[in-house]
Design a protein around this ligand. Structure first.
Ligand SMILES: C[S@@+](CC[C@H](N)C(=O)[O-])C[C@H]1O[C@@H](n2cnc3c(N)ncnc32)[C@H](O)[C@@H]1O
Length: 359
């Protein structure tokens, strides 16, 4: 008993130390980035992009950090309850971490320039693989290279963590809770999961950490991001990386036991959102689970509603407003996907659907 509590205490301390360092690292990057952006803006006073002031409340930094703390407490409790392993630092190679940090800051003036000039279509003329639709060929978030460069794949996680004060990984991990519920008591080797729009593979790594023998498809339309997933997750017989469109999944009907799509839906035009929902309904087995993680929508956390208004004005997020108005249960209902649970986790919402057995 005494040993168990010492172990608990030690793992709590380790978790707290690791996450505090993480939050400090990314929040510090955020402060430094905003100072850089301010200095850049002072040099171009005429070109400041206009931002309509929010009509609803916006949380201040203290509130955001408090909410990050609450998320971390929940993350730790989940891991301690055995719903998933205690998280490890994702990057332990200090020189790589510092190189990414340098590259991140070196890229800030370019992002600022695109924002100033409204240059969101720089990658539009770039040749893709022939499979990439026009809506995809944009500099989302004003990022360099859009989704279509190795450099963008290398910087993506740092950019996302800076945006969310180091909480992005913990928000994604909350999707492991419905996965644990779906897989409880089942032989993972006999099942199949897919992370649709896996990006650089952070959630795929979480899944593999929790279920090493579960076959997992890591699918994304960006070859460069899928390559980064391969690098991050490493080789494994059970991992199937795939470059494909979510609106035309190269998977048989009723083939998946579990599917997830994390921060995909707000990046899609309304029509494509519908196609992707239909595809997910097609490939998930009756009784199977689909977990959607994406931005909060208005009313989910009323104190954050103003932030949802500002966010798409600061970053190139052409489909975000449409996503905010999307009725997610209704989007999936025609495809026999029924909402089982809706939760929020800091800036994210997690919607768990079950495919009806009788469809
Ligand atoms: C905001 S990122 C999210 C990545 C990852 N799921 C995460 O948790 O960070 C959006 C991802 O969606 C991918 N994507 C966008 N449209 C897609 C589509 N139609 N089919 C497949 N992937 C798509 C992009 O390539 C990018 O990797």
């Amino acid at each position: 008993m005494a040993t168990a509590s010492i172990d608990d205490w030690a793992s709590g301390m380790r978790y707290a130390a690791m996450q505090s360092a993480r939050v400090a690292w990314y929040t510090g990057h955020g402060f430094a980035m905003r100072r850089m952006l301010k200095r850049i803006a002072e040099k171009h006073p005429q070109a400041a992009p206009s931002v309509t002031p929010p009509s609803k409340p916006v949380p201040n930094t203290a509130r955001l950090l408090r909410d990050v703390g609450k998320l971390m407490a929940r993350d730790f409790a989940n891991a301690r309850a055995g719903l998933y392993p205690m998280p490890d630092p994702e990057e332990t190679d200090l020189s790589r971490l510092l190189a990414t940090s340098r590259a991140f800051f070196a890229d800030v003036p370019e992002v600022a320039r695109r924002r100033r000039e409204g240059a969101s279509q720089e990658v539009g003329g770039k040749r893709g693989t022939g499979k990439r639709p026009r809506y995809y060929m944009q500099n989302f978030h004003f990022q360099s290279g859009g989704w279509m460069s190795e450099e963008s794949a290398r910087l993506y996680d740092m950019q996302v963590e800076v945006l969310f004060n180091g909480a992005a990984s913990a928000m994604r991990r909350q999707a492991l809770v419905p996965v644990a519920e779906a897989l409880q008591g089942r032989d993972q080797r006999q099942l199949l999961a897919a992370d649709i729009a896996c990006g650089t593979g952070r959630f795929v790594a979480d899944l593999r950490g929790a279920y090493p023998r579960l076959p997992v498809i890591a699918l994304d339309l960006s070859e460069e991001y899928v390559n980064e997933t391969r690098r991050h997750v490493g080789r494994a017989a059970t991992l199937r990386p795939m470059v494909a469109k979510a609106e035309a999944l190269p998977l048989p009907d009723a083939s998946l036991d579990v599917a997830s799509a994390i921060y995909l839906f707000h990046e899609l035009p309304p029509k494509v959102r519908r196609q992707v929902a239909a595809e997910i309904g097609r490939v998930v087995k009756p009784g199977g689970t689909f977990i959607l993680v994406d931005s909060l929508q208005p009313g989910d956390m009323p104190d954050y509603d103003g932030l949802l208004e500002v966010f798409p004005q600061l970053f190139h997020e052409p489909y975000y407003r449409g996503y905010l108005a999307e009725d997610l249960p209704r989007l999936f209902a025609p495809h026999a996907m029924v909402v089982e649970k809706v939760e929020t986790a800091f800036f994210s919402k997690i919607v768990t659907f079950r495919r009806s057995e009788t469809a």
